[in-house]
Ligand binder design. Structure first.
Ligand code: FCB
Length: 477
């Protein structure tokens, strides 16, 4: 049976027995405040590091900024209606810290909080579960001026902010993510500097990573004390890291990158310790003197769930003489202490971000977290792909993106079949938006955004996803 409003765009769901997900599986889509809201100077909002960064020449492609973005701040009710039309069970959004607590300290800004109250009410009114991320990379600029995440005090400021949001929204929001992808905040923001605040110092990146996790732990303690029923988690971006060959030097390169990309966060948060090989690899960069007694106990405060963002796999090899340094997250400055490791391109299909498409890596990642770290419920809090889209006759047929989602949902289902307690999946992203250093040049949305008119057009992948949600599954292949 097809819904006449949302006919499936392709035939995949119309054949064969279905691959059904567990009852109550939380189907959602995700966004982040700076990427969609716009209204950068309205309602008492003050600048965050992303405002400063995007307004600094040469930082973002074509000088794009989040000043207007998708204008979601003004179009929120119709955006929520669109989510309801797609049948989303949940919507993962982030709160702009500098909108609700201008300058990052002091009292709440009622007008800023009110925007999120209205958003949450609108979602609940449409039967959509709100999933709130407290920090998706937009540190208030004055906190950066005071030292940013490499400074310990920022962790305490974050916990205060978390408390203020919990006081305002804790009665109606059940699901909370403290941090989105602390690896990116720490290593892209303070290591390579390709993200805000654009600093480049390996020791600062490592300190930032620690203080982000400390802020996470303190926030969990504050939220737990005031909202005992809340479902609390963190979102980490994980990558399987594979050696290019089984030569010992390549295997060791993979170990090092796995330590920096994955275990740097998983071990402290879920085991209460830093991996010994990681601290040894980093000995030329830092002596970890910034870690104080008791920090790791705070960082490993028990959670209710773990959020995982999955996009691709890292394939790495030992250094070779004369290799050209690569850009973005492959840049050596993202990998303090392991700058000489090479990222290998396998020649498999890639997205418009040049990220290799590797759906089995999602199964592998979910199984690893479950097998090696925790029995907690897991959620894929982001998964998606950028492709070059075009509007033809008022439609956007994004077959590549649809195939990416399809393959990754099959991989997620495989993990569930293998016993992983995966409870939900959030597509990145609900709509095209400001893709950080790439500005508006990369489109990840299931919904097309025309940045001139702010018109929204659900792409084929959105209509297909609506059907997946309605059926709670996919056709078997
Ligand atoms: C993730 C971010 C998200 C978006 C996607 C493509 O790293 O969390 O904001 O940029 O990548």
């Amino acid at each position: 049976m097809s819904n006449p409003d949302h006919p499936p765009a392709v035939g995949v769901l119309d054949q064969g027995p279905e691959l059904i997900f567990p009852p109550g599986f939380l189907w959602g889509a995700a966004t982040a405040a700076y990427q969609i809201e716009g209204a950068a100077t309205e309602g008492g909002r003050t600048p965050s590091i992303w405002d400063t960064f995007s307004h600094t020449e040469g930082r973002v492609v074509a000088g794009h900024t989040g000043d207007v973005a998708c204008d979601h701040y003004h179009r929120m009710p119709s955006d929520v209606r669109l989510m309801a039309e797609l049948g989303l069970k949940s919507y993962r959004f982030s709160v702009s810290w500098s909108r609700v607590q201008p300058n990052g300290t002091g009292p709440a800004n009622a007008e800023g909080l009110d925007f999120y109250r209205r958003l949450v009410d609108e979602l609940l009114g449409h039967g959509i579960e709100p999933w709130l991320t407290l920090y998706h990379w937009d540190l208030p600029q004055p906190l950066e001026d005071a030292g940013g995440w490499p400074a310990r005090d920022t962790a305490a400021r974050f916990a205060d902010y978390a408390q203020l949001v919990a006081d305002a929204l804790g009665d109606r929001v059940t699901y909370w993510t403290t941090l989105n992808e602390p690896w990116c905040s720490a290593f892209l923001g303070y290591g390579s500097g390709v993200h805000a605040p654009g600093r480049s110092d390996g020791a600062d990146a490592v300190r930032a990573g620690h203080h982000l996790m400390l802020g996470h732990g303190l926030a969990v303690q504050a939220l737990r004390a005031s909202r005992p029923q809340a479902q609390l988690g963190i979102t980490v971006n994980l990558y399987p890291v594979t050696p290019a060959t089984d030569a010992p030097a390549d295997v060791d390169a993979a170990r090092r990158i796995d330590a920096l990309a994955n275990r740097f966060f998983l071990d402290p948060v879920l085991r209460g310790s830093y991996p010994a090989d990681l601290t040894a690899d980093l000995r030329e960069v830092t002596d970890f003197g910034h870690v104080r007694d008791g920090d790791l106990a705070v960082i490993s405060t028990p959670l209710n769930l773990v959020g995982i963002n999955y996009y691709s796999r890292h394939v790495v090899a030992a250094p070779v003489q004369g290799a050209e340094p690569e850009p973005y997250w492959r840049s050596p400055s993202c990998w303090p202490g392991s700058e000489d490791v090479r990222f290998v391109t396998r020649g498999v299909p890639v997205t418009d971000m040049n990220w290799e498409i590797d759906a089995p890596g999602l199964t592998e990642t979910l199984r690893r977290v479950h097998d090696e770290y925790t029995d907690l419920p897991l959620y894929v809090t982001e998964n998606g792909s950028a492709f070059v889209d075009a509007v033809v006759d008022g439609q956007v047929d994004d077959a590549d993106r649809l195939a990416y989602f399809d393959a990754h949902l099959r991989a997620a289902h495989e993990a569930i079949a293998a016993g992983v307690p995966l409870r939900g999946y959030f597509a990145w992203s609900l709509m095209d938006n400001f893709e950080w250093a790439w500005g508006y040049t990369k489109r990840f949305g299931m919904v097309w955004v025309d940045y001139d008119s702010q018109a929204r057009i659900p792409k084929s992948s959105a209509r297909w996803y609506a059907e997946v949600i309605r059926r709670n599954g996919l056709a078997a292949q």
